[in-house]
Design a protein around this ligand. Structure first.
Ligand code: GTQ
Length: 347
């Protein structure tokens, strides 16, 4: 039953005859379309931050953030070159903002996350409110919100951009606009959103008008402290160590509708049990060092390096130090469509 239909001259002539009518025989393609397991064009890959950083700093001398609109080096999956994709559904890039620069205000239907790799004190403004960013902070730009970025500190800032660009492209649902000036007007002070949404409280009459979390900065200091506290009493999960997901406090769902984000701690000397899931995932190490085996390939990694685990590839960690990993994937989408699956261990 796994055999392909036999090619005959009559059949080949028939396929040629129907092709001009935009018709094709399913039976010649069925096995490649409906596969017994995920078959992804994505490949495992690791980007060393030190190498990308050099190229990024050179870009900083070639073009301003203003002219570029966003000065970003895209991290393209080697199996998806030219498609602005790190996995089949998601995008990754490293964005540089130099002291004194502004990346001008715009908005789009793509959702974005920022995970701060380097720097302290640059800001992003979202719908009239700024947040200051530090290393390890996870910051959200919900879809269709005005956003501009700026750096009033005296050091370069680099963050990992994660967007759902390929997913929105698949759905042909892209809209974008630019604000007439570089910076959008600010209508609320720094700290307003954390006070309203970030303390386990919500304003009494507030109702969400969007699916994205209203908490737009999840500071590393607090997420890291949570992991450290948990290690006192919790067992290490054989696959994940200690792993927390970022949530929308108004719904308990993932923080973003299209991108799931997590922070996890693997203790020094930990070797994880093999793990597979259908959500191709991008990781960056905040702290620590070790090796990651993805399918048949093993990469060493250190702090700030980025690596990508394609769908259904066997994933295994082996770390030399306490290691903290931030990760993102399209898991929220797959879960809502009843598509998400995982396999733990060798079962
Ligand atoms: O910061 O708004 O990496 O619009 C790609 C597209 C960043 C951004 C990217 C974007 C942005």
């Amino acid at each position: 039953m796994d055999a392909q239909p036999t090619q005959t001259p009559e059949r080949a002539a028939y396929y040629d005859k129907i092709a001009p009518g935009n018709l094709a025989p399913l039976w010649e393609n069925l096995k490649a379309l409906v596969t017994p397991e995920p078959v992804s064009p994505c490949q495992p890959f690791r980007w060393r931050y030190a190498e990308v950083r050099e190229h990024l700093m050179e870009a900083g001398r070639l073009i301003t953030a203003k002219e570029a609109e966003r000065r970003v080096l895209m991290l393209e999956n080697p199996g998806l070159r030219g498609q602005a994709s790190v996995t089949h559904s998601l995008y990754a890039g490293l964005q540089l903002i130099l002291p004194g620069e502004v990346a001008p205000a715009h908005r789009h239907t793509q959702s974005a996350l920022r995970f701060v790799i380097e720097g302290d004190g640059a800001y992003t403004a979202v719908d009239g409110e700024k947040t200051l960013m530090r290393e390890g902070d996870f910051v959200i730009t919900p879809n269709w919100t005005w956003h501009d970025h700026g750096n009033d500190s005296d050091r370069p800032m680099v963050w990992l951009d994660g967007l759902d660009i390929p997913l929105v492209r698949l759905l042909d649902a892209s809209f974008a606009e630019t604000w007439p000036e570089d910076r959008q007007p600010l209508s609320r002070p720094v700290g307003d959103s954390p006070a309203r949404f970030g303390e386990g409280l919500l304003p009494i009459d507030w109702r969400p008008d969007a699916k994205t979390s209203p908490v737009f900065n999840y500071p590393y200091e607090r997420s890291r402290a949570a992991l450290e506290k948990l290690r006192e009493t919790r067992d290490w999960d054989p696959c994940h160590g200690l792993k927390l997901r970022y949530i929308n406090p108004a719904s308990g769902d993932w923080a973003m509708p299209t991108i799931g984000t997590c922070l996890q701690l693997l203790p020094k000397g930990f070797t994880s049990a093999p793990y597979q899931s259908t959500d191709g995932t991008v990781y960056t190490a905040v702290e620590g060092a070790g090796r990651v085996t993805i399918g048949n390939e093993t990469f060493d990694f250190g702090a700030k390096d980025v690596f990508v685990v394609p769908s259904w590839h066997r994933l295994q960690f082996d770390v030399d130090e306490d290691t903290v990993l931030f990760s993102y994937s399209d898991r929220p989408v797959q879960e809502k469509l009843d598509l998400w699956r995982e396999r733990r261990g060798n079962a």
